[in-house]
Design a protein around this ligand. Structure first.
Ligand SMILES: [Zn+2]
Length: 412
């Protein structure tokens, strides 16, 4: 089967291929651990998990790295507001994040490098960019990427703000550039956590964290880089500029972006205050698998307009799944129907949907139809011994691809 995936970089579906025997090098932008992640954030993480699961179902080994942003302006500001050390804030929310991942049955990445543990690597990349003439150092000792030195800037997002910025820069003092930050010099330590590095005392910019961690842990060229749609610009655009200017190699072959989850007609976000955390959803009595199934019922490149009716529907689908799994385990009287054609038809339909740009929406519909059909024949006691076993195996295969094993109880 041919697996095609939409690549933001080329704006078209492309066949995903890999030299035999090599792992898929997979980087996903991780959370900023300053608060609870909301269910809009988790949509991206669940889709990324299913992408990994589908690659694994296709026989690939996936080497997955996700960064943990435990130092940036948001975390510093929040820790200062709460009057607590930065580390106690970030340790708490990092723990919460992993609990939520487990609750949603999201497979662990190979490694979750923290920014605070990798300051030297990040500083080294900034220093390298400066040496190669891609960075500017201001009077204070902060470093900025000079996007004039990277002609491909804007290729991913289709934006060309560098033209505007260049015009701006011609009018202004070049020593006070309007380019994006690589390293911010810390002049004082009044409640601000600054790191010692070869660049002096300072804090890394957000984009360089990912460019540095992705290339350090996976090498100069990775196969798939993924994140929420809003990261396309400027975050991913800047990552490409940094990584490619530094290594001289193409940074990522495939860019996979996940659409937003809207609520009340607007993107769910912390700043708008229109969000639900996973814990709030579970407290309302929902099975975490229901939220997972809700995500998968919409294609990842389409928006989800979240409402509780949709979540109720997803919860019902999960109940049907449990009912069928339980009924299969309790069959005592067998019939003559081997159900061979139905199983084959479901498996090929499901696979075709998934192979076409991770069509979880169509695959989810086929799964529900399959479960309902199985339920009906189970009631009529028509299934043979072999059929019961094969249906069980098939359902387990789909459960594994969708990650619908029970993650956590509704106890949080
Ligand atoms: Zn990133």
């Amino acid at each position: 089967m041919v697996f095609v995936l939409f690549n933001t970089l080329t704006q078209r579906k492309e066949e995903f291929t890999l030299p035999a025997g090599r792992d898929v090098l997979y980087y996903t932008c991780g959370p900023t651990v300053h608060d609870y992640a909301h269910i809009g954030n988790f949509r991206t993480f669940v889709v990324q998990d299913v992408l990994k699961r589908w690659l694994e179902a296709g026989g690939h080994r996936v080497k997955h790295i996700m960064n943990i942003t435990d130092v940036d302006e948001k975390t510093i500001e929040r820790a200062a507001r709460k009057k607590i050390p930065l580390a106690s804030l970030t340790e708490k929310y990092e723990k919460v994040f992993f609990e939520d991942l487990d609750c949603l049955n999201i497979k662990r990445a190979e490694s979750y490098p923290r920014v605070s543990d990798n300051i030297d690597k990040i500083a080294e990349m900034v220093a390298g960019l400066y040496e190669k003439g891609h960075a500017i150092r201001d009077k204070a000792g902060s470093y900025y990427f000079d996007i004039n030195t990277f002609p491909d800037f804007g290729r991913l997002s289709g934006k060309t703000p560098h033209r505007k910025i260049r015009a701006l820069m011609q009018r202004e003092d070049y020593r006070a550039p309007k380019n994006f930050l690589l390293w911010k010099r810390c002049e004082s330590d009044h409640g601000i956590k600054c790191f010692e590095s070869q660049l002096g005392r300072g804090l890394p910019g957000w984009h360089i964290e990912c460019a540095s961690l992705a290339t350090s842990f996976l090498g100069p060229t990775i196969d798939i880089h993924s994140g929420g749609l809003d990261l396309t610009f400027p975050h991913h655009e800047n990552e490409i500029a940094e990584a490619e200017a530094y290594t001289g190699r193409r940074f990522a072959r495939f860019w996979v972006h996940v659409e937003h989850l809207d609520v009340f007609g607007r993107k769910m976000s912390k700043s708008l205050g229109n969000f639900f955390t996973l814990r709030q959803i579970i407290k309302r009595g929902y099975d975490p698998r229901a939220i997972r199934f809700l995500y998968l019922q919409t294609h990842y490149r389409s928006k989800i307009a979240f409402d509780f009716n949709k979540l109720d529907d997803a919860q019902r689908a999960v109940f049907i799944l449990d009912e069928v799994v339980n009924s299969l385990a309790e069959v005592e009287k067998y019939g003559a129907n081997d159900y061979t054609d139905e199983i084959a038809k479901f498996k090929s339909g499901f696979s075709e949907s998934m192979d076409d740009d991770l069509g979880t929406d169509r695959a989810a519909t086929l799964f529900i139809v399959f479960l309902r059909d199985v339920n009906r024949v189970l009631v009529d006691k028509q299934l043979s011994n072999t059929a019961v076993k094969n249906i069980g195996d098939t359902i387990n295969w789909a459960i594994d691809v969708f990650g619908l094993l029970e993650g956590c109880e509704s106890q949080q």
